[in-house]
Design a protein around this ligand. Structure first.
Ligand code: DGY
Length: 306
């Protein structure tokens, strides 16, 4: 905010709750740029209202852009900047934290102890999944998917991945990663981790049918976007199998979590904190601010959306 105030005139919306589309359509016109978060619905209606009164840049403090209508931005000549790269490690770390917690049954083990139920050590108490040799299926081998795969290799996991395009051979070789069709990956992976952006093509990628076709006892981890999973059907896949556990950082209608998940012991739920380290959040804010300042000074954007 200090850097922005020194160079450009700004209007802020000091509120903790996200604006509605209608409110944004009132607020945005008259501004050259909008600096927004993933909670802001930058829809065609909002963008059209903005573009009619000078809007030329949307700078988003996130890498994911599913709240921004990119087609409308292209039609209206509005540039879009986002924050790739700086949150890769933090998000991969949280993915591993969820994966480890799920594999070693940490939420269940902690509840068990706190409830005073632990009275004796026994050989099979809270026996979970051994990571060495287990198969990690990564859906989307971009920056974050690769960072997760590298970490998982350190734990001795075997890596396979699904993505529309095959990764370069040096990436495959360094991660010893096998490219598979999505349905084969789902049938083979002990742990499935989602790392694709949410778009019309990936919405409900893990549909009820696909959730029903995962390997028996599989763990599902999602630190990407909630809309990738048909959330309303997840409880059924857990209840009747084959899915054994879901560790979720993201949800279809944040901050709402589907009520069928809230009381289950086979889910671990955290509030979209993948990038939430102090250093990463600062870098994200810095990049989004830099985009506005570059734009104001007529310099090219460092991280335009593609
Ligand atoms: C993103 O950047 O898209 C994350 O979901 C929030 O940091």
């Amino acid at each position: 905010m200090h850097a922005l105030r020194a160079s450009v005139q700004i209007t802020t919306r000091p509120a903790d709750t996200p604006p509605t589309e209608a409110e944004l359509a009132e607020l945005v016109p008259g501004h050259d740029a909008v600096l927004c978060q993933l909670t802001e619905p930058m829809s065609r209606m909002v963008l059209e209202a903005g573009a009619a009164a000078g809007l030329r840049l949307v700078s988003q403090v996130a890498v994911g852009l599913d709240n921004v209508d990119l087609a409308a931005c292209a039609d209206l000549g509005i540039a879009v900047a986002h924050t790739p790269g700086v949150l890769t490690d933090a998000t991969a770390d949280l993915t591993m934290a969820l994966l480890l917690a799920a594999a070693r049954r940490l939420p269940e083990a902690e509840r068990y102890l706190r409830a005073g139920r632990w009275d004796v050590w026994s050989l099979d108490l809270m026996a979970g999944l051994e990571l060495r040799g287990a198969v990690l299926g990564i859906v989307g081998l971009g920056r974050i998917g690769q960072a997760v795969a590298a970490r998982a290799r350190g734990f001795g996991m075997r890596i396979c991945y699904a993505s529309p395009r095959r990764a370069p051979s040096d990436v495959e070789a360094s991660l010893q990663a096998e490219w598979l069709p999505l349905d084969t990956l789902l049938a083979r992976a002990d742990v499935i981790s989602l790392h694709v952006p949410l778009s019309a093509d990936t919405h409900h990628l893990l549909s009820r049918a696909r959730l029903g076709s995962v390997k028996d006892g599989a763990i599902l981890v999602n630190t990407s976007r909630g809309g990738l999973i048909e959330e309303a059907t997840l409880a059924d896949a857990l209840q009747t199998g084959p899915l054994a556990f879901a560790a979720l950082d993201v949800f279809e209608e944040e901050p709402r979590v589907h009520p069928s998940l809230l009381d289950r012991h086979d889910v671990l739920l955290v509030p979209h904190i993948g990038s939430a380290t102090r250093a990463t959040r600062l870098r994200m804010a810095q990049l989004a601010t830099d985009a506005v300042l570059d734009f104001a000074a007529g310099r090219p954007l460092q991280h335009p959306a593609r």
